[in-house]
Design a protein around this ligand. Structure first.
Ligand SMILES: [Zn+2]
Length: 209
């Protein structure tokens, strides 16, 4: 998969890169995003550190806002993972509270008395700063939820199966408590080491970009 991974890196690095603050109207409504991180290089260019998409129709922009802007870790597994690494690096016991999913009213009520709300806000702010300062992304349009999820998974698999690229020694993900993140060099735990991009998928992508 190393050759495909090299080609993917070079394809995606040629696209227009966005970083915070970005204009929503420049981003397609449906598609896949590819994240890069400061200090990470692969195949002679910037290393892909995450691939993601959205399920609901026309939700790509909103998905990116959930990662870069909306201070709610329970709506973005990416934010949750960045927070986990920040807290693990400092060996902060607050990690235990950070793990709690407070999406439902029931969960909120259950944990209300045990959650340090100010601390949670502080870490959310820190996560936002960290993401806005360190990550950039490219996007490409893909219509149809099924196809988006398929290509997302195949891109993740192709990159994770490459044995010519990986994280730098100083990669922030090394602080992640998630073994899959540390080992894959990707801010991802799903879609790794499965079915990679086929010849046909690669051709389809070449024509698209
Ligand atoms: Zn590679």
């Amino acid at each position: 998969m190393s050759e495909q991974c090299r080609i993917l890196h070079h394809y995606f690095n040629q696209l227009e890169k966005f970083s915070f603050p970005f204009e929503s109207q420049d981003i397609p409504q449906n598609g896949i995003y590819i994240l890069f991180e400061k200090g990470e290089h692969a195949h002679g260019t910037d290393r892909i550190v995450r691939v993601g998409t959205h399920t609901g129709e026309n939700q790509l922009r909103s998905r990116l806002r959930q990662h870069f802007l909306k201070e709610n870790k329970d709506r973005s597994i990416f934010r949750k993972n960045i927070g986990r690494a920040i807290l693990t690096k400092r060996d902060e016991p607050f990690l235990e509270q950070w793990e709690l999913d407070l999406t439902t009213r029931k969960a909120k009520e259950k944990h209300r008395s045990s959650i340090d709300i100010d601390k949670k806000k502080e870490i959310e702010k820190e996560v936002t700063q960290h993401i806005q300062n360190n990550f950039s992304f490219v996007v490409f349009q893909v219509e149809g939820k099924k196809r988006r999820l398929e290509i997302e998974q195949k891109l993740i698999s192709t990159i994770s199966l490459c044995n010519e690229c990986g994280p730098s020694e100083d990669w922030f993900g090394c602080y992640s408590p998630e073994k899959k993140i540390r080992e894959s060099g990707l801010w991802l735990v799903n879609g790794l080491y499965k079915e990679p991009m086929s010849e046909m998928d690669m051709e389809w992508l070449t024509e698209l970009l």
